[in-house]
Ligand binder design. Structure first.
Ligand code: ASP
Ligand code: MG
Length: 411
């Protein structure tokens, strides 16, 4: 009998009605003859609510206790979903991350899964249970609860699917799949039927919120196909798999498969650092030691014979970056620094750009025509990102969607 992993995000289990609907969906999969493992997130906005509550009590948000607290969100959903299945007359059992054998590396709030001991899950499946596992959490060697970072239930689901050698991992969410751009901004955006891991990884990392990027990394590494679909409809969503099948008539337009944007950008610039690699390395080592995740980096020698260094991070890191640089100012003789939190990033993603020149030029031209200034630029083989003013994001996304022939009627 094959195993299927189904993951339901917070909006899919937001209230009693939603949970009942998820239960019948899970039960249907079991009736179709599969062994089912359902991975769930915390109900609705409850993770945000718990963080807000903790902030009132201790603004420092002590890491270990934060993970202990946030893990309770998922624990509510698993128990309620198991109850809903029992109510339907199904056999079901809920398991926390620890009970399910999800072992993590001990890094609070951004732990990685080191391995999964599936024995308990298999035992439950073999006694005809539907197994409901709490996403977003695991247990470290010392027995402490760790959480996997925001959106981490996606990664739990994919890792479980891999460990259980599942046939498929379905990710149920409040959108119908992966779109060529955010449909709330672009009315002519459309659902991408199939997308490669690499493209999906770039889309997810660039701000398309449907999947946690790490989950895509795990899926790619183990070649686990993902089906991202709506928990409210039965229509087919987007399949993420090794090679996206390109419908022939679309081949020309597939230079770019999607436009992503991200408002969570914080740009820091350090002025007049000593112009040597040692100081550069030192600054970034210290940022790394604070667990600050960097995205873009640029540096240039300036007229004072020194160097200016810019980098971007998430906005949450503002206080950490500020504190660190204040401490370094005197010690490293920095000229000063500036932190800007009114910027955003737009990205174009597509495997087609590997073999086609002129894509960057096209992007810059389109932004120029809109009168949008470009602050920073980065590229990968299949992505070009530009940092722009946050007030111009919608204009940029719309213009790029049209400019790269992605508008629905052009397909
Ligand atoms: N509940 C967690 C969060 O809100 C994990 C998840 O939803 O995937 O980030
Ligand atoms: Mg999510």
């Amino acid at each position: 009998m094959s195993i299927v992993v189904q993951k339901f995000g917070g909006s899919s289990v937001a209230d009693a009605g939603c949970i009942a609907r998820v239960a019948s969906r899970v039960a249907r999969m079991a009736e179709a003859g599969h062994q089912v493992v359902a991975v769930v997130s915390a109900m609705g906005d409850s993770t945000d609510d718990l963080i807000a509550l903790a902030r009132q009590i201790n603004p420092a948000l002590p890491q270990r206790e934060m993970d202990m607290l946030l893990a309770t969100g998922e624990q509510q959903s698993i128990a309620l979903l198991a109850m809903a299945l029992l109510h339907l007359g199904r056999r079901a059992v809920s398991l926390t991350g620890a009970q399910a054998g999800v072992c993590t590396d001990g890094l609070y709030s951004r732990a990685k899964i080191t391995h999964i001991d599936c024995r308990r899950i298999i035992k439950e499946l073999d006694t005809d249970n539907i197994v409901i596992v709490a996403g977003f959490q695991g247990i470290d060697e010392a027995g402490n609860i760790n959480t996997l970072g925001r959106g981490g239930s996606d990664t739990s689901a994919v890792a479980l699917a891999v460990a259980l050698e599942a046939e498929l991992c379905e990710i149920f969410t409040d959108v119908e799949g992966v779109y060529t751009a955010d449909p709330r901004i672009v009315k002519k955006a459309w659902k991408i039927p199939e997308i490669s891991y690499d493209e999906m990884l770039e889309m997810a990392a660039m701000g398309a919120q449907v999947l946690q990027p790490r989950s895509v990394e795990v899926a790619k590494q183990y070649n686990m196909p993902l089906h991202v679909r709506s928990s409210f409809k039965s229509s087919r969503g987007t399949i993420v798999k090794e090679v996206a099948k390109v419908p022939r008539e679309m081949e020309k337009e597939l230079l770019v498969c999607g436009i992503a944007h991200d408002l969570n950008i914080l740009k820091t610039t350090i002025f007049d650092a000593e112009d040597n690699s040692r100081d550069l390395a030192r600054i970034f080592l210290l940022l790394a030691a604070e667990n600050i995740n960097l995205d873009m980096i640029s540096r240039s020698s300036n007229r004072n014979g020194k160097q200016d260094i810019s980098f971007t991070t998430g906005r949450d890191d503002k206080q950490k970056v500020e504190k660190l640089l204040k401490n370094l100012m005197e010690e490293m003789g920095l000229g000063g620094f500036e932190i800007v939190d009114t910027l955003a990033k737009v990205s174009i993603v597509g495997a087609g750009m590997i073999t086609n020149p002129g894509v960057a030029a096209g992007m810059f031209q389109i932004l120029l025509e809109q009168g949008i200034d470009i602050d920073m630029i980065t590229t990968s083989e299949i992505k070009i990102s530009c940092v722009i003013d946050e007030t111009r994001v919608n204009d940029a996304v719309l213009a790029l969607h049209t400019g790269f022939n992605l508008d629905a009627e052009d397909k």
